[in-house]
Design a protein around this ligand. Structure first.
Ligand code: AQP
Length: 334
C-alpha cells in the first residue's frame, strides 16, 4: 500500500439537482476544513444519480453546477482533486468486484434503498448503490469519509466490505472511518421535521438551495413549520424548532447555550428573522464565487480534466492492487 504523508479523504455528492443547505452543513463545509490536514478527493457522483433516471440535459448541467459549488464553498482544486465519477472507469470496475463480496441481505436492509424504491422503480441500480459507493471510497485508499448522518449505514457497509475483502486477500484495502459532524449531521425538511432535507424533495418550500436568492431564503424560513409551545430551545420533542436552531448554530458559530439565552423571551418571528439574516450572510460569499466559477466554462473544464487525471492515477493503482490480489492476469508490459 502507498505510504502517503497525510491521511486521505474521499467524499462525494450526487448531481440529482443543486446542493442544499443540508449538503453544506452535513458535509461540504467540513470538506473545506479538512483540506489543511488531509489529501482530499471530492467527487461528483453522476453514476449514482443515474439510479433515479434524470433528464440528460439536466444531469449535464447539474453535474457542472455541483462541481462549481464545491469550489465556491472553498474547495481548492489546485491542491486537492475535484472530479466527476464517470471520468474514472475504475469506480464501476471495483464495484463489480465488491459485488461478489456483498450479501443480498446487506443491500436489502438499506434504509435508502427502501425509501427510494418507494419513490422510484425498484431497480438493481438502487439495490447496488451502496456497493458502488463503497468502491468510490475504497479506490482512493480513503482513511476518512466526512458525510451526513443519512450515510451511516452505507459507510458501515463500505467498512465491512473492505474488512471482508482483506480477510480473503490480506492487506489489500484500507478500511475507511466515517466522520459525522457534531452539529448539523441531519438537517430536516422545513416543511416536515420528521423528514431529512433533500435536494430531490418535490416541495420547494422544504429545502434551501445554496443558489437560493436572499428573498427565497427569507420566504422559505418565514414559511417553515414550527412546533406547539412558544419557548425557543433545543428539544428533541420539538424537532421543527430544534432544526431551525441547529441551522442558526451552524450559521453563526455560537454555542447552544448562548443561542438559547439570546432567544429567551422572544418568539418564532425573531428566531426566523435572525436565522434568515444569518443564512443570507453565510451564503453570500458562496453565491458570489459560484456565479464566477459556474460562468467560467474554460476554468471549470480545466479543473475537471486535471481532477480526472489525478483521480484516474490513484484509482488505477488501487484497482491494480485488487486485481493482483484476486489473481486476474496482467498483460506482459503492464
Ligand atoms: N439533510 C441533510 N443534513 C445533513 N447532511 C446531509 N446530506 C444530505 N442531506 C443532508 C449529506 O450530503 C452529502 C451528499 O449527499 P448525496 O448527494 O450523496 O445524497 P443524499 O444523502 O441522498 O442527499 P440528498 O440531498 O437527500 O439527495 P437526494 O435528494 O438526491 O437523495 C452526504 O454526505 C449526505 O450525508
Amino acid at each position: 500500500m502507498e505510504n502517503h504523508q497525510r491521511p486521505i479523504i474521499l467524499s462525494a455528492m450526487q448531481p440529482t439537482s443543486g446542493l442544499t443547505i443540508g449538503n453544506y452543513v452535513g458535509a461540504l463545509q467540513h470538506w473545506v476544513k479538512f483540506q489543511t490536514t488531509h489529501i482530499c478527493y471530492y467527487c461528483v457522483v453522476d453514476l449514482h444519480a443515474l439510479t433515479v433516471r434524470p433528464n440528460p440535459n439536466e444531469l449535464r448541467e447539474s453535474t457542472l453546477d455541483v462541481a462549481a459549488m464545491y469550489i465556491a464553498a472553498g474547495v481548492n482544486p489546485d491542491e486537492h482533486t475535484v472530479f466527476i465519477q464517470s471520468h474514472v472507469p475504475a469506480h464501476a470496475e471495483l464495484s463489480w468486484v465488491l459485488g461478489a463480496y456483498t450479501g443480498m441481505g446487506e443491500c436489502m436492509k438499506m434504509t435508502q434503498f427502501k425509501e427510494k424504491s418507494e419513490k422510484h422503480s425498484e431497480t438493481i441500480g438502487l439495490f447496488t448503490y451502496p456497493v458502488l459507493m463503497a468502491a468510490d471510497i475504497i479506490l482512493y485508499d480513503a482513511n476518512l469519509v466526512p458525510v451526513g448522518d443519512d450515510q451511516r449505514q452505507h459507510l458501515e457497509l463500505a467498512r465491512n466490505l473492505a474488512e471482508r475483502f482483506n480477510h480473503y486477500h490480506p492487506n489489500t484495502l484500507v478500511v475507511p472511518e466515517p466522520y459525522f459532524p457534531p452539529v448539523g449531521a441531519r438537517i430536516m425538511s422545513l416543511q416536515d421535521p420528521q423528514k431529512k432535507m433533500s435536494k430531490s424533495d418535490t416541495n420547494q418550500k422544504a429545502t434551501i438551495f445554496l443558489t437560493d436568492s436572499p428573498d427565497d431564503i427569507r420566504n422559505k424560513i418565514r414559511r417553515a413549520v414550527t412546533d406547539s409551545g412558544t419557548d425557543i430551545r433545543f428539544d428533541k420533542e420539538r424537532p421543527a424548532v430544534s432544526n431551525l436552531l441547529t441551522l442558526y448554530q451552524v450559521a453563526t458559530g455560537k454555542s447552544a447555550s448562548d443561542i438559547e439565552e439570546h432567544f429567551t423571551g422572544k418568539g418564532f418571528g425573531a428566531l426566523k428573522s435572525d436565522l434568515a439574516d444569518a443564512l443570507v450572510e453565510l451564503l453570500r460569499p458562496v453565491h458570489e464565487r459560484y456565479t464566477q466559477v459556474r460562468h467560467d466554462k474554460q476554468y471549470l473544464q480545466g479543473v475537471i480534466r486535471q481532477g480526472a487525471e489525478r483521480a484516474h492515477a490513484q484509482a488505477n493503482t488501487v484497482l491494480r492492487r485488487v486485481y493482483d490480489a484476486l489473481g486476474l492476469v496482467r498483460l506482459r508490459n503492464e
